[in-house]
Design a protein around this ligand. Structure first.
Ligand code: CP
Length: 328
């Protein structure tokens, strides 16, 4: 008897039903408790997960490796430049071959207009489940860890909670739009009062905005877009200010950097945090550009939950791997 999760891909969390996502979260909470009690969770004994990275990672790489260790299996870290991809291995071949050697394939591929297509092409040809460790459109495991953290800090019912995803200035590199997109999409299923704040050139994909609006209406929440960071922060319960590139507006990198440079005042500092509710939480998926994207006193301060978010990556990933690769 296979569970309804067995063999399912996890590429966009909103491809799963709300019930399925809630079950995954329940399993994640259970696994977190068992980890704290040092209880064994050998749900994937001797199973193999391939981790294919086209882009650097700290949290995703290490938490997936740890997840497979804790579940009794193995994770194999495959940087894309160590494979024969540049010499001709296609997405179809990767799906067919890695799928025949192991029990799951996880991929990070963030290149704009390429990453999501690549992951879906691998999934189409893999007999084993495929997991999105971040692409150009979605970062589903991050969104699940973020939701788990919000539930821990604010309770299960998010009705009436003002939750703000805001753009913030950063200068390190043009960051993908996958974190804000997956975050608003997932949160829109849970009845929150969602606010998306960004300068006008940093809009997200129209299809994501449309789906977020529809979900918010259906699940009894609300969804607003503003171009004013301070306005967004007023009386917020949760703020998640992070940088992303103006990729929907322009694909020209030089132009992007010029546009980003216009908005240096979009930093999350204590002055802005003072606009939120006293018990508001500050979120960031990390890595953050300290001193420009967020002030040290905020990210290291009492309202910051960034380490909870990072830790919860481990628990949600273990839950989703156990459900989809476990087979019972
Ligand atoms: N938040 C996140 O995905 O971190 P890494 O890029 O380090 O994996």
């Amino acid at each position: 008897m296979k569970s309804k999760f067995f063999g399912k891909d996890f590429i966009n969390c909103n491809d799963w039903s709300k019930d399925e996502l809630e079950t995954a979260l329940e399993v994640a909470f259970d696994l977190k408790k068992k980890f704290a009690l040092n209880q064994q969770t050998p749900y994937l004994m001797h199973q193999t997960l391939f981790l294919l990275f086209f882009f650097s990672s700290t949290r995703t790489r290490t938490s997936f490796e740890a997840a497979m260790d804790h579940l009794g299996g193995n994770a194999h870290d495959l940087p894309s430049d160590k494979l024969q991809i540049s010499h001709g291995d296609t997405a179809k071949e990767i799906g067919k071959i890695l799928g025949s050697y192991g029990h799951g394939i996880a991929i990070r591929h963030c290149d704009w207009k390429e990453g999501n297509q690549y992951i879906n092409e691998v999934a189409k040809h893999s007999s084993m489940p495929v997991f999105n460790m971040q692409c150009d459109i979605y970062h589903p495991f991050q969104a699940m860890a973020d939701l788990m953290t919000i539930i821990e800090k604010k309770g299960k019912s998010l009705k009436g909670k003002k939750i703000v995803m805001s753009w913030a200035y950063a200068k390190s590199y043009t960051k993908p739009i996958s974190v804000p997109q997956s975050f608003i999409l997932l949160l829109s299923l849970f009845g929150a009062d969602l606010v998306l704040a960004h300068p006008k050139e940093f809009e997200l994909m129209p299809s994501i905005i449309k789906e977020t609006k529809q979900n918010s209406k259906f699940y009894g929440g609300s969804f607003e877009i503003t171009h004013n960071m301070e306005e967004a922060f007023k009386k917020a319960d949760v703020v998640y200010p992070k940088s992303w590139g103006p990729l929907v507006f322009t694909e020209d990198l030089k132009r992007s950097q010029k546009i980003i440079g216009k908005y240096k005042n979009w930093i999350c500092d204590q002055q802005k945090m003072n606009l939120t509710k006293k018990d508001a939480i500050y979120m960031h998926c990390l890595p953050a550009d300290r001193g420009v994207e967020v002030a040290d006193e905020v990210i290291d301060g009492p309202q910051s939950v960034v380490y909870d978010q990072a830790e919860n990556r481990l628990h949600v990933q273990k839950a989703i791997l156990a459900l989809t690769m476990g087979g019972r």
